[in-house]
Ligand binder design. Structure first.
Ligand SMILES: *[C@@H]1O[C@H](CO)[C@@H](O)[C@H](O)[C@H]1NC(C)=O
Ligand SMILES: *[C@@H]1O[C@H](CO)[C@@H](O)[C@H](O)[C@H]1NC(C)=O
Ligand SMILES: *[C@@H]1O[C@H](CO)[C@@H](O)[C@H](O)[C@H]1NC(C)=O
Ligand SMILES: *[C@@H]1O[C@H](CO)[C@@H](O)[C@H](O)[C@H]1NC(C)=O
Ligand SMILES: *[C@@H]1O[C@H](CO)[C@@H](O)[C@H](O)[C@H]1NC(C)=O
Length: 432
């Protein structure tokens, strides 16, 4: 009898969980805002150059002087649209969000012709509260992209003219675009010494709807510390804001590190946090004797362990899994002669760093997300005995997959912030 009840509850959770997310990736419609080009099929996630090539409006953009002959593309406003249906159970949740993992870059977003928000930063996720706009049955989303070139000029125009923020334009030989430093967009998309100007526009990462009454796990971030015979694995879990006024997020967070199939370390946290910017911190004390350390390529194996984080509140639950490698790392700067040393120790062993500068995997950012492309890059780095890559600041923050493969292949990442070879504005809007 009790078995049957347990089984029934389990199924019920499964069904509810499935309704928390609705993927909106796939076939969308594409028009120019002036409707000269209309009703093209578009792929989301994707980008304008890829879509125009697929529709034979553009030929191969890498042929001839296409960077010059396609300049009209980034001077045009583009509209991506989709129709979709949502079930009653999803709409019934107290929180319903439209989540864009990446919008490139300046867009106004409409749900059923109501404006729900805007974007102006290619590097961040946008979450729009659409609870009052979404209805059971058919719905419509429209994303209206401005011309990044036009926005850059407008922003440059608004700058204090007696305080120039250089450079204004790239060197003429690049055939590039001006004022890239005014905007939070892949700087290399306006041309660089190594690549052409293709200032992309589009929904370059996943888009979905999430619905919940309590919250959902958004990010899990880990950090390591040694304490005697233990590793202390600090785990910070960032939860999604609850839009209901005054709502506290309660429930239980279970954090489990799997050491072997039947050995694990676990922490259970009773959650009660403000719904506005909810986060939960905990740690696991993991005996060093049970753990194989992670080493950079060429110095040992890259053992990775699975960390599972589950949030539960009544019938709702949310789950996230990340990989963890156990290692210490330190930058050693000690007096030597006239200056300081500058090298890394990993697990107390001095490491000679061999690496490269990594520029975006493709000039069209959506294609840089391609898993095969990422794996090929890291396999090449590994095969040529590298142990570190620098992710350059003129590109993008790479995909989760990129960093996962780096862990797997023993390649340390020297991560730039996305600022490169320019001064940047320091007005309030930009700093924010
Ligand atoms: C969405 O549906 C409306 C009404 O049926 C139709 O006019 C429109 O073309 C559709 N849009 C897309 C992007 O499919
Ligand atoms: C979420 O709240 C709505 C409205 O109060 C309710 O109808 C629904 O059953 C709740 N869902 C869950 C999973 O608790
Ligand atoms: C513009 O910059 C100059 C020079 O830094 C400064 O003196 C002036 O106050 C600034 N004007 C405005 C409107 O911020
Ligand atoms: C994007 O969505 C697809 C499903 O369409 C999923 O398989 C993939 O894991 C998602 N990627 C990320 C980075 O969330
Ligand atoms: C760190 O180790 C010390 C000494 O063994 C112990 O007293 C302390 O509780 C440990 N700290 C944590 C956070 O486990």
């Amino acid at each position: 009898m009790s078995h049957r009840i347990v089984f029934a509850i389990f199924c019920f959770i499964g069904v509810l969980e499935a309704l928390q997310f609705q993927n909106l990736n796939g076939k969308w419609k594409l028009h120019s805002a002036n409707m000269i080009i209309k009703n093209l099929d578009a792929e989301v996630p994707g980008g304008i150059y890829t879509d125009l090539m697929e529709n034979k409006i553009l030929g191969d953009i890498f042929y001839g002087y296409s960077d010059e002959t396609t300049k009209w593309v980034s001077r045009t406003e583009w509209i991506y649209e989709t129709n979709f249906t949502v079930p009653k159970d999803l709409v019934n949740h107290e929180n319903v969000n439209l989540v864009f993992d990446g919008l490139d870059t300046f867009a106004d977003i409409f749900v059923n012709d109501q404006r729900v928000g805007a974007s102006r930063n290619m590097f961040v996720q946008y979450v729009f509260d659409i609870k009052k706009h979404l209805k059971v049955g058919n719905n419509k989303i429209r994303v209206h992209f401005k011309s990044p070139i036009q926005v850059s000029y407008d922003l440059a125009e608004k700058q204090n003219k007696s305080y120039i923020v250089p450079p204004l334009c790239p060197p003429d030989a690049y055939h590039g675009e001006c004022h890239a430093n005014m905007i939070r967009k892949m700087q290399a998309s306006y041309a660089w010494d190594w690549g052409p100007a293709f200032p992309s526009v589009g929904i370059w990462k996943n888009v979905s709807i999430e619905a919940f009454n309590s919250t959902i796990i958004r990010h899990v971030v880990t950090d390591l510390e040694v304490n005697g015979t233990n590793w202390l694995l600090h785990v910070d879990t960032y939860l999604v804001e609850n839009h209901v006024k005054g709502r506290r997020i309660t429930g239980e967070l279970v954090v489990v590190l799997k050491i072997t199939d039947n050995q694990w370390v676990k922490s259970v946290v009773h959650v009660s946090v403000d719904g506005k910017s909810p986060a939960v911190s905990t740690y696991l004390a993991v005996p060093k004797s049970k753990i194989s350390t992670w080493w950079p390529n060429g110095y040992g194996d890259q053992k990775l362990y699975t960390l599972e984080v589950t949030y539960k509140n009544g019938d709702e639950q949310s789950f996230k899994q990340v990989s963890v490698g156990f290692r210490t790392i330190e930058l050693v700067e000690e007096p030597i002669g006239k200056g300081l040393s500058y090298y890394f120790k990993v697990n107390n062993v001095p490491i000679f760093m061999k690496g490269s500068n990594q520029i975006p995997l493709h000039i069209l950012p959506e294609l840089g997300q391609d898993k095969q492309r990422v794996r090929r890059l890291f396999q090449a780095a590994k095969d040529s005995h590298m142990n570190m890559l620098r992710v350059w600041g003129g590109g993008v923050y790479e995909s989760e997959y990129f960093y996962e493969v780096a862990d797997e292949m023993g390649i340390l990442i020297w991560q730039d912030f996305m600022f490169a070879c320019a001064m940047y504005p320091t007005n309030e809007e930009f700093l924010e």
